[in-house]
Design a protein around this ligand. Structure first.
Ligand code: NAD
Length: 247
């Protein structure tokens, strides 16, 4: 275990699987106290909790649907009760539900916007309270390259992720006075359960990469550790594309 983040409390929303899960493991290996949040996959979340507990006891597991205000309040309350403060909030929870606009139901639109954008608003609003008190904190929002470029058949997803970019910049302006930085990352294509079925998209992304690679999860993990650490201090309101396509 390293000590890069040994005095940090980090919350990762939607962290029972995928990028969130890997972030939890990486951050815990760097010594951070970590809050694993899951919506409904208790088995997977518990497995992760037990795994992390083997090498880092500073770990909390909280069920909460982060698109719901009362559940986000509980996530916050349980985090503060356990760790007394929070240093880094990583708004990672996200879904997609694709369709062309003519076939997209209002439910599909609302579900994606609420999960990917409303959750960032709800979590940032309450967790920044604790950060404001201490005049210290970082919010890292997981947007997507699709939020910058748009994406056919994904108007709900790309709109939600573009919304996260606007929210990031606005919050950076509001919270900077309290020494809270707010930044977004925009991953390109990383194979997870979210997109496993779209192997065609992975191939296309790789073909467009100037390095002829798909995006690396390790790059993202190392980048987020760096963003979470004291090594990065004077950067806020920025949007980092973790991609190798020039579009
Ligand atoms: P994933 O589906 O494996 O993980 C998403 C996680 O969010 C799951 O654990 C899910 O249960 C959780 N979640 C969904 N709704 C929730 C809710 N209401 N409350 C709490 N948790 C909830 O997908 P992933 O690829 O790991 O994606 C993680 C983030 O990265 C997402 O925001 C996604 O949009 C973004 N992203 C992924 C890629 C990629 O290529 N994988 C690219 C760009 C952006």
């Amino acid at each position: 275990m390293n000590n890069e983040l040994s005095n940090k409390v980090v919350v990762v929303t939607g962290s029972s699987r995928g990028i969130g899960r890997e972030l939890i493991i990486k951050l815990a290996l760097e010594g951070a106290s970590v809050v694993i949040n899951y919506k409904d996959n208790y088995e997977k979340a518990l497995k992760l909790f037990r795994y992390v507990n083997n090498f880092n006891k500073k770990c909390l597991l909280v069920q909460a649907d982060v698109s719901k205000e009362d559940e986000v309040k509980r996530l916050y309350k349980e985090t503060i009760e356990k760790f007394n403060s929070v240093d880094v909030l990583i708004n990672n929870a996200g879904i997609c539900s694709d369709n062309y606009i003519q076939f997209m139901s209002l439910e599909q639109w609302d579900e994606v916007i609420n999960t990917n954008l409303r959750s960032v608003f709800l979590c940032s609003r309450i967790f920044s309270k604790a950060m404001i008190k201490r005049r210290h904190g970082k919010i890292i929002n997981v947007s997507s390259i699709k939020g910058l470029l748009g994406s056919e058949g994904q108007c709900n997803y790309s709109a939600s992720k573009a919304g996260v970019v606007g929210l990031t910049k606005s919050l950076a302006k509001e919270l900077g006075a309290f020494n809270i930085s707010v930044n977004a990352i925009c991953p390109g294509f990383i194979v997870t359960d979210l997109n496993r079925e779209s192997s065609n998209k992975a191939r296309i992304a790789q073909e467009m990469s100037v390095l002829n690679v798909n995006n690396s999860l390790n790059d993202l993990l190392n980048f987020v550790v760096y963003m979470s650490s004291e090594k990065l201090k004077g950067v806020s309101g920025q949007v980092f594309s973790l991609d190798s396509r020039i579009l």
